[in-house]
Design a protein around this ligand. Structure first.
Ligand code: PLP
Length: 375
């Protein structure tokens, strides 16, 4: 198999799996329990939090575990709106966010909020100037992702943070695709909330974290129940997932520079190989090294993805979350229909070999040679 869909999810390494198995089978206590098995589980949660905090260069108490990136996004936006309820109900976001942000904002509009969706340029980039121009006196929250999951465009979160310094609006960034893929710390970004998810960096699915710092105060929980996570996120802590998340972060952090380099090498190699395919277009600015978006205009991406899948080459049509619908990201970028419908996303991980990319290039060329354009 040639797995080139690391932006959708990543393989869990044997070390991460072993860590999780030992927690599930041996250290299975409830962290709230007052005997050694419980105290050991509590220590695992604390160590996990410390590992994420080290990777973000923040304080452990600024990291709260969530069930996934989607929860972090929803929670941050609602928490910021609650903190700024006297400021107003206006939200600024971009037209190209992940649906975990966009659908949350759409829902909030139904609940009485107003929203401005800042459009990207034709490359898929969003400027800090255009985001800041959308901010009003009644803007309670600005949510701008760090790295776009379809195009790999990296957004200027730092500049947005600097522009909001003297404004009441809080800043959230969805860094799910940026964490340990592009360099940043909580301080360098300057956002009040940062969303992370484990399964994009070699950790398990079903665990994420929300950084709560900067000007975020008295954060209102999304869920109500027990007092876990300092009362911010009730629910018995998912100890095995937390330990797996922490292990994945430690493994990747230790090899961070090597991984950044490897992802860039894969990207450059794929660009060179795929350039040989007639009419193939590169989409997006290519900021984040792990994501490469390309189009074969006239060739429907669903057909490409399923035919390549049959040959063991795993890529996705735009983003893994669309399932056949036109991508809102490519539409917002103003791509013509043929190009948008023929766009596929290739994404790399530290395990990617050049042979995987050779297999992809061969399969794409064969698809183009064998099939007639359909659009
Ligand atoms: N945000 C971005 C940019 C993503 O790519 C994803 C996952 O595809 C998410 C949020 C959602 O994360 P999770 O799958 O952990 O809910």
């Amino acid at each position: 198999m040639h797995y080139l869909d690391h932006a959708a999810t990543t393989p869990v390494s044997p070390e991460v799996a072993q860590t999780m198995v030992s927690v599930l089978t041996e250290q299975f206590g409830n962290p709230s329990a007052q005997y050694p098995l419980g105290r050991n589980a509590r220590a695992l949660v604390d160590q996990g939090r410390a590992a994420i905090a080290r990777a973000l260069d923040c304080k452990p108490e600024q990291v709260v575990f969530t069930s996934c990136g989607t929860e972090g996004d929803n929670w941050a936006i609602r928490a910021a709106l609650h903190q700024n309820r006297r400021v107003g109900k206006h939200i600024v976001t971009t037209a190209v966010e992940h649906s975990a942000v966009l659908q949350c904002v759409k829902r909030l509009e139904q609940e009485g909020c107003t929203a401005t969706y800042v459009k990207p340029d034709r490359e898929g980039r969003v400027s800090a100037k255009s985001v800041l121009a959308a901010v009003r006196e009644d803007t309670a929250v600005v949510s701008v992702m760090l790295v776009n999951n379809e195009t790999g465009a990296r957004f200027p979160v730092e500049d947005v943070a600097a522009g909001l310094k003297d404004k009441p609006a809080l800043l959230h960034t969805d860094a799910v695709q940026g964490f340990l893929k592009v360099p940043f710390t909580a301080k360098s970004l300057g956002a009040d909330y940062i969303t992370l998810s484990a399964h994009k960096i070699g950790g398990p699915k079903g665990i994420g974290a929300l950084y709560i710092g900067g000007r975020a105060k008295n954060t209102q929980p999304l869920l109500f129940g027990g007092g876990q996570e300092s009362g911010l996120r009730p629910g018995t802590e998912a100890t095995a997932q937390i330990a797996g998340f922490a292990k994945a972060v430690e493994l990747r952090s230790a090899r961070k520079d090597g991984i950044f380099r490897r992802l860039a090498e894969c990207n450059a190699y794929a660009r060179e190989k795929l350039s040989a395919i007639p009419d193939l277009r590169f989409i997006g600015p290519g900021d984040a090294p792990h994501i490469l978006s390309v189009s074969l205009p006239g060739y429907p991406s669903q057909n490409i993805v399923s035919e390549l899948g049959e040959q063991g080459v795993c890529i996705s049509a735009g983003s893994a979350c669309h399932r056949g619908r036109a991508s809102h990201v490519l539409t917002a970028m103003g791509l013509d229909k043929k190009t948008a419908a023929g766009t596929v996303r290739i994404s790399f991980g530290p395990e990617t070999a050049f042979e995987d990319i050779d297999a992809l290039a061969e399969a794409l060329l064969a698809h183009k040679t064998k099939r007639f354009p359909m659009l």
